[in-house]
Design a protein around this ligand. Structure first.
Ligand SMILES: Nc1ncnc2c1ncn2[C@@H]1O[C@H](COP(=O)(O)OP(=O)(O)O)[C@@H](O)[C@H]1O
Ligand SMILES: [Mg+2]
Length: 266
């Protein structure tokens, strides 16, 4: 079998005690191999540990125990020189789309925002702008290129964040609650984009508590509850065995079958 893109090995995250409270273990020994080209969904209620896990996979948050291997290279166990090399490779591969689109805005205009990533990777301003223009067009934002990001709608802001990672040439994208604060047209647009990215062969990791909107696009479903993986497998199999105590509603409650669980028009 191929080397996984990511091997999450026994990741723990413990927050130390503050002001007389007990220490809090947010992630209890998470292990997960993620392969290129997969569309993986990680579902769990609020507080289950999805965002922490994302930040740890992305090299942004030091775990309390365990390690993440990116293409077999250690992110947290290696010496700093090697780790920096691995982090550099990771930055080119992995793009993050945060739950709060406003927090991700860095430019004064859409084009400036989308060009920020590629410029950071060392591209000239002209090349970065060319990548950004292409990505904005792919996200249906060509006409907004000179608009102020803060004036875009919620759906447009999320598409701008996705344009930013596409402009960097990222082949793997983690989306944290991609439907948060979106109205129905925004959800449908985002779903169309997720489907197109999947068809383009991107590796997608989608963190959500809203499976009924998107599960039809998943190749694999992981259920996270109180920092523990409760189930991991083909979506149809996992939803058969959902335990209500895990805080994830059966996405099929309004649909006949998993293949119908999507807000995308058929
Ligand atoms: N800096 C922190 N200090 C203490 N607890 C934290 C901190 N960050 C997150 N947590 C806790 O860890 C748990 C998981 O958080 P998070 O990954 O954000 O959940 P999710 O994204 O699934 O809603 C929550 O109970 C949260 O309160
Ligand atoms: Mg979260």
């Amino acid at each position: 079998m191929d080397t996984p893109l990511f091997s999450v090995n026994n990741i723990c995250k413990i927050f130390p005690a503050v002001a007389g409270e007990e220490p809090f273990t947010a992630l209890h020994g998470i292990s997960l191999d993620i392969f290129a080209g997969q569309c993986l969904m990680i579902a769990g209620s609020n507080g289950s540990g999805k965002t922490l896990l994302m930040r740890i996979i992305a090299g942004l948050l030091e775990p309390s125990g365990g390690d993440v291997l990116f293409r077999g290279q250690s992110l947290y166990g290696a010496r700093s020189v090697e780790r920096r090399e691995t982090e550099k490779a990771l930055r080119r591969e992995l793009g993050l789309v945060f739950q709060d689109a406003d927090a991700q805005i860095v430019g004064e205009t859409a084009i400036e925002d989308a060009a920020f990533g590629p410029e950071n990777l060392g591209l000239s301003a002209a090349d970065a702008n060319a990548c950004a223009d292409k990505a904005l067009a792919a996200m249906g934002l060509a006409e907004k290129r000179d608009n102020a990001p803060r004036r875009l709608s919620g759906g447009e802001k999320r598409r701008l964040a996705i344009a930013g990672v596409l402009a960097m040439g990222c082949n793997t994208i983690i989306m944290d609650e991609p439907f948060a604060n979106l109205d129905w047209p925004g959800v449908v647009q985002t779903l169309n984009i997720i489907r197109d990215l999947k068809n383009d062969g991107k590796t997608l990791i989608i963190l959500t508590h809203e499976l009924e909107k998107v599960l039809a696009l998943a190749d694999r479903l992981v259920i996270l509850h109180q920092g523990i993986i409760r189930h991991d497998g083909p979506p149809a199999e996992v939803v058969e065995q959902l335990n209500p105590a895990w805080g994830v509603r059966d996405p099929r409650r309004n649909y006949a079958a998993v293949k119908d669980c999507s807000w995308l028009e058929h």
